[in-house]
Each structure stands twice: as structure tokens, then as C-alpha cells.
Ligand binder design. Structure first.
Ligand SMILES: O=C[C@H](O)[C@H](O)[C@H](O)COP(=O)(O)O
Length: 275
């Protein structure tokens, strides 16, 4: 066993339904776990480790969905770095938000859109929650609509999280399930959303930003209503249909059956689940 074993990362790979078996492996190429004297990695270091591992799936010539958020940011940085070093070539990025668009531009990543590239090879993005079947909650950063459009057009969708994002069921963290809605009579739509899930103790709140409590506005000039549940909402496809049936709703943050690979970075190493 190599001496600095504690600084190497353990990678285990399993199907979605299998039990994790941690096996020692070499450090993901180009990435050493940050050498902390305490041995404890910060959440951001775990995000970076998951992101760098995901970028190992990227090959020259790919059309790539570029995710949004603090985890995906590390992946976009890494793609930019590999392009600069000439280790990746001819990448075309499709950003999932204005913020990621700006980041990718600053890194010199060539960009395009879904109109020109309706089929993508691979997308890499973070998530707010991941259930045991690789269903996700996304959109706590407000980017769920573009993310769903881009990631729904990918042949492979790699989700990267630190272990704090794992839940038994969606909504299980007690945090928000975001729903993007049109601004017109937003309160009417928020009340209807809350009523849909009344028996699950649902509370709907308009997302605000800044100190003056103005509505948070998405890249698509819409609002977000965050749904909080006291109980498991059960069948996700039924819940999805009921939400989408409401006029005024644009999209919700449940990504059901979309992820093909999950990379989780935790204190004990990296776990990879494939669908
Ligand atoms: O709208 C935001 C996106 O769905 C993010 O991917 C998600 O919120 C996870 O973000 P983070 O990596 O910052 O936790």
C-alpha cells in the first residue's frame, strides 16, 4: 500500500442499486486530494474532486453541456485548463446559464447553443439532492429550465455532488423543490402549487433576492416558487405531471430518470454509480 494512502482517493464503482464497495485505486488523473493536515476535506474540496473526476469522461471533439453552480464551476474551470494545455481539443460548450456562459467565455471555451447543436455528447452538472435511483432536485441556484433543456438533449449526463446531497427521497433534505413560473399573477400559481400537495404538508414560497425582498428573476425573466414538503411526495412522475399541468408553471426542478452517471465525493473517497 502506498505510504501517502490517506491522501489518495478511493474510487468505487457500482450500479444504481448495488451496495458500495470501496476499493483502493490510483488518484484520479491530474488530481490529488488536497493535503490537509487534519485529513478533513471541506465541502468545496469534495465538490472539486467530484468535478475533476467527471472531466475524465470528456474527450476531444465533444459537444458538452456545461452545468451551473458551485460544483459545476470546478468542472468548467478544469475543461478550460485542459483546453489551454492542449490536452483537450475541439470542444464545443453549451452553457446552462448566463453565469456559466460568462465563466466559459472567460476561459476561452468555444460556445454554441441547442439550436445549432440539438444533440450533445455529455453534460456535467451538480445537483441539490440525489435519491437512490439517481433522480435529482435541481434549481436552488435558479437555473433549472436551461439545465433541463440542455441535459435532456445529452447522450450522457454525469452528475457531480459531495455526499451531503444524497437523500432517501426527493424533498428529503427539507429544503426547496424549485418551480419556475411566469411572473403574471404569481401568487395565484403559488397557491395552486401549494394546494396540489396539501396532504404532504407543502408550503410554497416565492423566492426573493436582496434585502428589499424583490422577486428573484431567472435568466428567462421568470420567477421561482420554492416548495417545501413535510413528507415524501411519493410517485415523482405523478407529481411532475400535476405540477406541469398548471398553467403558469414553466418547469420544475425534479430531474427524473435523466442522470446516467453519478459521481459522489465523500470523506471515504469517490463513489460512481451508473444507471
Ligand atoms: O440552479 C442551480 C443548479 O441546479 C445547481 O446545479 C444546483 O443548485 C447545485 O448547485 P451547487 O453545486 O452549487 O450545490
Amino acid at each position: 500500500m502506498p505510504a501517502p494512502y490517506c491522501r489518495r482517493f478511493i474510487v468505487s464503482e457500482k450500479s444504481a442499486m448495488e451496495t458500495a464497495i470501496a476499493v483502493p485505486s490510483s488518484t484520479p488523473s491530474g488530481l490529488l486530494a488536497p493535503p490537509l493536515s487534519s485529513g478533513i476535506l471541506t465541502q468545496d474540496e469534495l465538490k472539486k474532486i467530484a468535478a475533476y473526476k467527471a472531466v475524465e469522461y470528456v474527450e476531444s471533439g465533444m459537444v458538452l453541456g456545461l452545468g451551473t453552480g458551485s460544483t459545476a464551476k470546478h468542472a468548467v474551470d478544469r475543461i478550460g485548463e485542459l483546453l489551454r494545455q492542449g490536452k483537450l481539443k475541439n470542444i464545443i460548450g453549451i452553457p446552462t446559464s448566463k453565469k456559466t456562459h460568462e465563466q466559459a467565455l472567460s476561459l476561452g471555451i468555444p460556445l454554441s447553443d441547442l439550436d445549432s447543436h440539438p444533440v450533445l455528447d455529455l453534460a456535467i452538472d451538480g445537483a441539490d439532492e440525489v435519491d437512490p435511483h439517481l433522480n435529482l432536485v435541481k434549481g436552488r441556484g435558479g437555473s433549472l429550465l436551461r439545465e433541463k433543456m440542455v441535459e435532456g438533449a445529452c447522450k450522457k449526463f454525469v452528475v457531480i455532488v459531495d455526499e451531503s446531497k444524497l437523500v432517501k427521497y426527493l424533498g428529503g433534505s427539507g429544503l426547496a423543490l424549485p418551480v419556475e413560473i411566469v411572473p403574471f399573477c404569481w401568487n395565484f400559481t403559488a397557491v395552486r402549487l401549494q394546494n396540489l400537495f396539501q396532504t404532504h404538508g407543502c408550503v410554497a414560497k416565492l423566492r426573493t433576492s436582496g434585502e428589499n425582498g424583490q422577486p428573484f428573476v431567472t435568466d428567462n425573466r421568470n420567477y421561482i416558487v420554492d416548495l417545501y414538503f413535510k413528507e415524501d411526495i411519493g410517485d415523482l412522475n405523478v407529481a411532475s405531471d400535476e405540477i406541469l399541468r398548471l398553467a403558469g408553471v414553466v418547469e420544475h426542478g425534479m430531474f427524473i430518470g435523466m442522470a446516467t452517471t453519478l459521481i459522489v465525493a465523500g470523506e471515504l473517497g469517490i463513489t460512481i454509480k451508473n444507471k
